[in-house]
Design a protein. Structure first.
Length: 408
């Protein structure tokens, strides 16, 4: 079948963004299906297309995936209104495509929530089977974070969320909390499946990857790394609080490395400079292949989020799966399903949120017990291989779509 796949922030491994959609599309192709990927122009991604756009659209084939890129620039630095307008424009152009394009099956993945609109259009107006993948619960998440407070906007998002779930033939949730959130909206359990983010065991293979020490990290120091967006949801001030605590304790042999970008990165760098946090190193985003080498050059990966209860069971962060695939122990600062797995599989350390002393204690302990760090790293890689092999998860994904198409 020909799958029309919508992901506004699609990226190939040549970009720094998550590659879940790339891997899932490749899984469909390997099973004999055709895939047309529809996306926008996200600053934190790389679609792989290099040609000049024609009437605001760039097209081409990347690793067997036919990519249609609407040249709608989007950045985490954009304000709320600009981002909202970009989302709406993408939804409009995508809906037109869903109404006019030749395809058999429609798949859409959030965020943003507006990604479901073309799926609704294709399902209602053309009777095409539609599966909606939910990466974050909206409006629950922005409501709890306080980033959206306008009751009319929240109500509109609530209606769109309900309509997206109930229009789709089936839904995919990336975490236990997301799956439960979909069910709470009245969707029968038999129409919902959890397929979390997974581990690229080949790209992040510690035995076949040449390590690169991050620039600015001293060779003999203990280095903890954070990779990904530097936004309000990430709560990275918690790491700077721990860095300050380490500075007060005189632990100069522990360095904290931040790789990525986001709206709050300038303010985080400014704070580190003003408080003379020389143990903090900020670097630009890098392609996934280079990231794999950098992860081999550090000692532990930091899984950090703001202390928002909706995050506890409602997220499936790429960085966590990259860390464990690389054989890195994980230092996690919030409760939930990831914390539970880290503890059960002995592949890292969990500390309470908003507790810089406990965070600093954990870093000191890890730095002072390299043999335990090595053992945790082995456990992490084994856990990744046994539970989150992305190739196996891609097979589950393809089989789910095939089952939905067959049942319809």
């Amino acid at each position: 079948m020909h799958v029309l796949y919508y992901h506004q922030h699609f990226s190939t491994p040549s970009g720094p963004g998550g590659t879940r959609s790339y891997e899932m599309a490749r899984g469909l192709i390997e099973r004999g299906h055709r895939v047309t990927m529809v996306c926008g122009s996200y600053a934190g991604a790389d679609t792989g297309l290099r040609g000049r756009p024609v009437r605001g659209i760039r097209k081409g084939d990347i690793d067997g995936i036919h990519v249609i890129e609407f040249c709608l620039p989007y950045s985490n630095y954009d304000g709320f209104l600009k981002r909202a307008w970009t989302f709406i424009r993408f939804a409009i152009q995508s809906s037109i495509l869903a109404f006019t394009y030749d395809y058999d099956f429609l798949f859409a993945t959030s965020t943003p929530l507006t990604a479901g609109i073309p799926g609704i259009v294709g399902h209602i107006l053309r009777r095409k089977p539609f599966v909606f993948e939910v990466r974050d619960l909206w409006p629950e998440l922005p409501r709890e974070m306080g980033v959206i407070t306008n009751p009319l906007v929240l109500k509109a998002m609530d209606v769109l969320e309900w309509f997206s779930y109930h229009t789709a033939n089936a839904c995919i949730g990336l975490s236990p909390g997301i799956v439960e959130g979909i069910r709470r909206r009245g969707i029968d359990s038999k129409h919902v499946i959890m397929i979390p983010n997974g581990c690229d065991l080949d790209l992040f293979d510690p035995e076949n990857t040449d390590p690169i020490r991050p620039e600015g990290a001293e060779k003999n120091d203990f280095a903890a790394i954070f990779t990904g967006a530097h936004g309000a949801a990430n709560g990275l001030d918690a790491v700077l609080d721990a860095a300050l605590e380490l500075t007060k304790r005189g632990r100069k042999n522990i360095q904290l490395v931040f790789i990525g970008d986001g709206k709050l990165k300038p303010s985080l760098k400014k704070r580190a400079e003003s408080e003379k946090l020389d143990n903090c190193v900020f670097l630009d985003p890098v392609p996934k292949r280079e990231l794999a080498q950098l992860l081999q050059g550090v000692d532990v990966g930091m899984m950090i989020l703001a202390n928002v209860p909706a995050f506890y069971y409602g997220t499936s962060p790429n960085k966590f799966f990259d860390y464990i695939a690389s054989g890195l122990p994980v230092l996690n600062n919030y409760p939930g399903w990831l914390a539970d797995m880290i503890t059960e599989n002995k592949c890292g350390v969990v500390v309470p949120p908003e507790n810089p002393e406990a965070f600093a204690d954990a870093l000191q302990y890890l730095a002072d017990h390299p043999e335990e760090v090595t053992e945790m790293g082995k456990n992490a890689r084994a856990f990744a291989r046994n539970s989150f092999d992305r190739k196996k998860l891609a097979n589950v994904f393809v089989e789910w779509l095939e089952e939905v198409a067959s049942n319809r």
